[in-house]
Design a protein around this ligand. Structure first.
Ligand code: GLN
Length: 306
């Protein structure tokens, strides 16, 4: 694509149109601290593989990246135990909501993939093994800071506490997996780590930078090329839960969403993109963020499909 020069105007145009839409979806309210977020915010940032960066709107405002951390967590867990991770968690799309309990019962406590909550709890449990939660979270933050080349990335303790107090459904998933022998630690320990992991706060500019470890080019090489490809395959097939097919159809690029309203999208070999708008669609993915990614992919002609 020849979008280097027009990239800034494409982003500003998306911000001025989609970013200002009155129909913004609904902010997540099952985590009380997220229910307080003003839905009238919109930001977007693009990091190209050659190092150039563009952004628009509220791209410097930190937000709770929530399930987007599952991308870093699976990289960390694979780095620690390698392919044996797949004996505890699958790599198939679930077709169910991110916090579904029913599939877990049918499949004897082995979650479908590392991006639904149950699967992410297993990856947290994996990178936690052999360390304290503080050490494990320190390792996670180091990975994210290295990926973003930015030491100023932190965990929002208020959000972590808020979810720890109210995350009964996630505790249920953890207890259920423990009953099947698929949780190495006491549920309270793994879940304390998981809730803190989900509470990492980043701006769109930081998040887009952090995604470069999957792009290639000038990004830091934190995982092998094969592993980066596989993580992107999981993002494509499972990154938006039961909305993954719809996202692939509309955007055509691997992406990972979070209930904080962020989405990280990778254009293999070309770019890392972050968008944030707190209102969610029926699948729990950012409503305007999805629309913005769709518009950007269309206008740049970026797709993994020729
Ligand atoms: N912390 C959230 C949860 O576990 C993450 C979910 C999400 O972002 N989809 O419910």
């Amino acid at each position: 694509m020849d979008a280097i020069t027009p990239m800034q105007s494409i982003l500003d145009d998306i911000n001025a149109t989609i970013g200002q839409s009155p129909d913004r979806g609904k902010v997540a309210d099952y985590i009380p601290e997220l229910a307080k977020i003003d839905p009238n915010q919109f930001g977007m940032a693009v990091c190209l593989a050659d190092g150039r960066e563009f952004h628009t709107g509220d791209a410097d405002t930190p937000f709770s990246i929530q399930s987007i951390t599952k991308v870093f967590a699976v990289a960390l867990a694979l780095g620690k135990v390698g392919e044996s991770l797949w004996s505890r968690v699958g790599r198939e799309p679930s077709g169910t909501s991110f916090d579904s309990i029913t599939l877990l019962e049918r499949e004897q406590g082995r979650p479908r993939n590392p991006f639904i909550n149950a699967g992410a709890i297993v990856t947290t449990d994996t990178y936690l093994d052999g360390s304290t939660p503080r050490e494990a979270l320190g390792g996670l933050l180091r990975f994210i800071r290295d990926a973003a080349d930015d030491a100023d990335i932190h965990i929002d303790e208020t959000v972590a506490q808020s979810e720890t107090r109210t995350g009964h459904r996630n505790f249920a998933l953890a207890h259920y997996m423990r009953s099947h022998g698929n949780l190495l630690h006491a549920p309270e320990l793994t879940m304390g780590t998981y809730f803190h992991q989900c509470a990492v706060a980043m701006s769109c500019r930081q998040l887009a930078r952090s995604g470069r470890f999957l792009v290639g080019g000038v990004g830091p090489r934190l995982v092998t090329k094969t592993r980066a490809r596989r993580i992107q395959a999981l993002m494509m097939t499972c990154g938006h839960y039961d909305g993954s097919g719809d996202f692939a159809f509309r955007v055509g690029l691997p992406g990972k969403s979070g209930v904080g309203g962020g989405i990280l999208v990778i254009v293999p070999g070309q770019a890392s993109i972050a968008v944030w708008s707190p209102g969610l669609n029926a699948y729990g993915n950012s409503k305007l963020g999805t629309e913005a990614m769709e518009a950007l992919a269309h206008q740049t002609d970026w797709s993994v499909f020729s």
